[in-house]
Write a protein that binds this ligand. Sequence first.
Ligand SMILES: [Zn+2]
Length: 433
Amino acid sequence: MLNTTHHDAMVVRGGRVIDPAAGRDEIVDVAIADGVIAQEPHGNAFVLDATGLIVCPGLMDIHVHLREPGQAHKETIETGTAAAAAGGFTFVACMPNTQPALDTPDILRWVIGRAEEVNHCAVAPVAAITQGRRGRELTDFASLVAAGAAAFSDDGTGVEDDAVMRSAFERASQLDALLIQHCEFRAISAGGVMHLGEVSRRLGLPGLDPRSEEAMIERDIDLCRRTGGRYHVAHISTAKAIELVRRAKREGLPVTAEVCTHHLVLTDDACSEGSPNTKMHPPLHPQADVEACRRGLLDGTIDCIVTDHAPHTLEEKAAGFLKAPAGIVGLETAIGIAARAMIDSKLADWPQLIAWFTTSPARVLRRHVPTVEVGAPANLTLIDPCTSWVVNPAEFCSKGRNTPFEGWMLAARAVATIRGRRISRRAPVVGTA
Ligand SMILES: [Zn+2]
């Protein structure tokens, strides 16, 4: 359950303020007046005790599935955005593989309107590249941008046809829009349910060839070079794929990439117990790929961390490893899992990790870079970096319970988000004055 209260004046007291955009990392109070970061707190301000907590710009996740319209049995905009707020996110970009797909201005406007009604976090829809996500005719990019499309993607599937993808790049380049590709040639991945390798052979499960991802990235980087359109690789997952992006960036091409939290901590060995909650797309890979994902973040090849939050029902996941739909929920475990991967391992520090969830995704989408400076809209996340909590899917705000992290003990957890006058916290309430 999410608990939301409203206050015209607040002070977040004694927290460690980490603001990557301003290069700040200090223990200081943050005053908020009328929804804006203020110099001084009002006399009768509501006090939020942030002692021992990190206070940072609101976290952003640019790859989630909210499932509406059409699949409210899996998730709704209301439950999905409540899960986002519970996980510390104040902004999500939602993918267009709904029913119908997000391929017209009317559907986009409906999603935006619904998200404003429930008002748990900001939502920017990603519009489909092709009508019905069928991979044939382009959608009307200009009218979708006007209706609020944050970017374009056929996520769930990649755009396979070379000529269609080329015209998508040309159109995107004219409008300075961003293309986000789910990189997979199905002729290469066909039938695979997990990474093709030693573990899939041992388990006797059909393997998914990682070249399906790499080949599409290679094709798209070539189109990017010819057209100049901005290109973002969704959920990059293999060492070779990361190397392709590394070279494209060195060449100066407008290419960016994201990695999922689960690809930073789990290997294909996790599939050994046969749980459908270890089945995802792209699949889990061997340790060398996990290490490449971490290195890719550290050297700037990978720009940001996302969840690819993909709720499914218990019944759907109960169909067994072969038949169950791919995907896991991630919003409510993201910060704990990312901290385990990058901070517990001593690879990165908190300012760096927070940048992967704030300034970097904002730059990928060319949105306003969030900050805790005076005069900025109050848009904050409070994180307890060293609590100790056990992942219990029954407590999720999401309808989805499909997590491979059930029972994991994690150190970091988001405890509140602030947006304007609003504080959202998971019950039981913590840290009030
Ligand atoms: Zn995808």
